[in-house]
Design a protein around this ligand. Sequence first.
Ligand code: DAH
Length: 347
Amino acid sequence: MNEMDNIISEIEEKLGNIKNIKELNDLKVEYLGKKGLISNLTSKMKDLSIEEKKEFGKSLNELKTKVNLIFDEIKTKLEEEELNKKLESEKIDITLPETKIKVGALHPLERVKREIEEIFISMGYDIVSGPIVESDLYNFEKLNLPKGHPARDAQDSFYIEDESILLRTQTSPVQARVMDANNEKGPIRILCPGKTFRRDDDDATHSHQFSQIEGLVIGDNISLADLKGTLEEFARKMFGEDRSLRFRPSFFPFTEPSFEVDVSCFKCGGKGCSICKGTGWIEILGSGVVHPNVLKNCGYDPEKYTGFAFGIGQERVAMLKYGINDIRSFYTNDTRFLNDFNRMDGE
Ligand code: DAH
């Protein structure tokens, strides 16, 4: 019994020197292991009387429980200390400035295209596309621009091999393609964004490659009023609720009558500023009522159906909307320009 009392004080003394869990475990084995000092006490039982055995066994069990408790307590304390040390050494200094991660963003032209597409999709238009390498037939002939027509001069072309195949000079050929492909010769409502090419000297406002967004509507009794209503809806959604439109008579071989359409300046509201060059108006597209010859060329009966068409200059809209003053910056892929643009857009 004395030995048992000694063991407790011995353990308490030794525990004072324990520095880590390993040492603690070793100590535990020394006392509670199979051949440990406490287990050894059991062997002493054989020399005792039954009464003594009872009392001794009880005390021995109490001793084991107590010693186990002491070890558990110290173990928890040591584990806590070790965790705190680890946390302290792995602390991250969050006061350091972060390294900026470069993420991509939509190109301004793509952004404008998607915005315009959304507006027309909401009015029930289908988005279609056509070939960039186009035939003379679709790019000119079907659109009422026969060979030798003076209006062809305005669209100096990049020909491929001979003069029957070229890089399309406008997205208008897609009108003819969609009409041709419509077997029922029924109503049409399409929007076609795409790349176009003309032999031009590049400068701040001209580029030999650019993009247009073509629209075509064919149906019963489609009139100039429908064209005006549609373009007004587009202008308000694109440039703001207070915008009004001005239709200036113009000439396109595939429409009659034809118009160039101006939107009231969204910067100055029409008073006159640098963007609208003091006029209060900004030209954004060409449009008109589909010429009967175009309908006929594509198998439609002009007596039965009428339609309207328009072609929006995508770069022009993007330049106006985002205050970009050199068309070439769209194509040079200078990331400083693209970043500036994204910043401007609040991203
Ligand atoms: N294709 C014309 C151009 O490139 C733009 C245009 C004008 C398209 C009138 C049309 C339209 O559909 O009706 O200058």
